[in-house]
Design a protein around this ligand. Structure first.
Ligand code: NAP
Length: 312
């Protein structure tokens, strides 16, 4: 491990999370020649980096992989002198004149903090889910899809993520069965059309997943019709769960105002209940959770942080 040169330095802004919101704020901070630190506990890129194809972000005449889009944003930020420091932040203290973050490898200080920690996949809580995670249960098709070449899989959920990933998986696996609790999808119409026009995607409408079957690896699922209560089993080697997201806000419970689901409340300048702290992207309450809106949030937050720094 290299020496942590960021310790004991007071940064103008610490950006926590290197996804679409964090990168955008980082690009602006670099161009403003501020002393900025971007921290991320994972590889960076956030949810964007595990998205198969992005085609609704403006400027993309051709679709691009989420990983490539994330990489482009990272490089663009680095071009302005801001890079990502990898550390898992374990504690945050709000002091009168600064924010102090304690990570696994060091501690970091900022006059201001931008939280861009995003959100993570929600678990179903079904029997077998925990035990078989990594043994057939997955939350990332681009990461794990290849393990199921020519095998049948199920996808749970009816939102953008579930249906996009079902289409992605259909190119690899023998058959995708989408299990959805209603008979209408929440996903964008253009994504729905792709799924409906794909021969090896089938739908089990009005069904929920009651149990994931298998001892050492997934062998199938038990599903239940919510109208009739009838149950049946489907053979599958993989179960991909895409039933929404939960915010990465553990660090801020009791320290910032959160909504009922745990997302951070902000005003229109992305300022939180603490005047030195802003939040942007999927972690923010009322975010519509698109790459484009996370970018907008990050920029809005940064410009307001800059104004705060000018005045304080
Ligand atoms: P989402 O939009 O919240 O959809 C979650 C899906 O899971 C819904 O269909 C929901 O059913 C279902 N669900 C929730 N809890 C369930 C449970 N316990 N059992 C069974 N089904 C359950 O989540 P998402 O698809 O992860 O998307 C998150 C956000 O990212 C959204 O704002 C989305 O627009 C955005 N996104 C956009 C794109 C894009 O390309 N435009 C791609 C990915 C994500 P109901 O429909 O019945 O509620």
């Amino acid at each position: 491990m290299t020496e942590n040169t960021n310790e004991n330095q007071l940064h103008d802004v610490v950006i926590l999370g290197a996804g679409a919101a964090g990168f955008s704020a980082g690009i602006y901070a670099g161009r403003a020649r501020l002393k900025a630190l971007v921290l991320d506990g994972m590889g960076g890129g956030g949810q964007m980096a595990i998205t198969d194809i992005v085609e609704n972000y403006p400027n993309l005449v051709e679709p691009i992989s989420g990983a490539d889009l994330a990489e482009n944003m990272r490089k663009q930020m680095e071009n302005f002198g801001v890079s990502v420091t990898f550390d898992q932040v374990e504690d945050v203290t709000f002091e009168d004149d600064r924010v102090v973050l304690k990570g696994a490898y060091g501690s970091y200080q900022g006059k201001t903090l931008l939280i861009a920690t995003g959100a993570d996949h929600r678990k179903l809580g079904a029997p077998g889910e925990k035990k078989l995670t990594g043994h057939g249960v997955s939350y990332c098709a681009t990461c794990d899809g290849a393990f199921f070449k020519d095998q049948p899989v199920v996808v749970v959920g009816g939102g953008d993520t579930a249906i996009k990933e079902a289409v992605y998986l259909s190119r690899i696996v023998s058959k995708v069965t989408v299990i959805h609790r209603r008979d209408e999808l929440r996903a964008e119409k253009v994504i729905q059309e792709k799924a409906f026009n794909t021969d090896n995607i089938e739908f089990e409408w009005f069904h929920v997943l009651d149990e994931i079957l298998g001892d050492k690896k997934v062998t199938g699922v038990k599903i239940r019709n919510v109208k009739t209560d009838e149950t049946k089993e489907i053979k599958a080697d993989g179960v991909f769960v895409f039933v929404g997201i939960v915010p990465n806000t553990e660090l801020f419970k009791g320290k910032l105002d959160l909504d009922e689901a745990g997302f951070i409340k902000t005003d229109i300048s992305m300022n939180t209940s603490n005047p030195r702290v802003w939040a942007a992207g999927d972690v923010r309450a009322e975010s519509v959770r698109q790459i484009g809106t996370a970018v907008g949030d990050g920029i809005t937050a940064f410009l307001n942080i800059q104004e705060f720094l000018d005045k304080n």
